[in-house]
Design a protein around this ligand. Sequence first.
Ligand code: SF4
Length: 319
Amino acid sequence: MFPKPGTLLVDWPIGVYDVYAADRAGDAARMPLRRRRKDMKVKLASSRGFCFGVEDAIELAEVAVQEHGPGRVVALGPVIHNQQVVKKLERAGLDQSGDLETIDPSQTVLIRSHGASPETFEKVKRLGLRVVDATCVLVQRAQKVVKQLHEDGYHVVMIGDRNHPEVKGVIGYAPNVTVIDQGTDLESALPYKERLGIVAQTTHSPEHVADMVAQILKRPFQEVKIVNTLCLEVTRRQEAAVELSSEVDVMFVLGGLHSANTRELARLCSEKGCATHHIETWAQFKPEMVEGKRFAGVTAGASTPKDVIEEFAQNLESL
Ligand code: SF4
């Protein structure tokens, strides 16, 4: 039964159009006269935000600056892919210029959670610099796996973004590692070797890696060894985001626009057909993002702080 024209529909389940009228006398078709949005319902993904690797890296950076003083510690690039955290560390006195060529020998070098290549560690040693190593244990594991695969006679293939600092560091642990990221790379980049050893960038999704491996297996390699180097923290966030995206009208993925794991979260939600917005903070929110939406999901990449997520959810809920 449709309500009478002009009736205020306080509990109308759709909850977006509150006042309706028939467009012609006796016509059952409804037409919104006035749009009045009820409170947004906001649900947070069960797994979201900072991972232990990022938390450790930030803590090590803060402690190093406290110990050695402002301007005395140099990180080899931004500690994490999050502008708010990077600026906060900068204000605390951490130099994130990342230039080994201009570093003063009395300064201390901070290796980020992404890790670094053996050449970088050797250079730091040659320059006589002190090192604080914040490489995440899971990235360290990937580095060891690559080294071991090479020593065992495998040609190492890494599924990952060749421009990502983690990949740049990990492939330094074996000579001639082949990096592939898309199916098209298989034709152009993958050499024929009898024994392949495959690893993946920690932040990739299992689906993407499985797809790439399936394509490799269609080729005539005699032996293919796959070592799972994916990060479970990232996988959990991906699963939670996909699950939530099927329950809501719109998803907000919070985190650095250059953060690989945040971009992957946004890609997965969008791929599931949910309207998805990847933004860094509430400052980038626009009301039209929730136009006609009532249920919003919020998740965040592994480098997004808790306060950014909380502020966003609270503001969204109060619309
Ligand atoms: S995302 Fe995973 S691999 Fe990367 S720093 Fe966090 S825990 Fe480590």
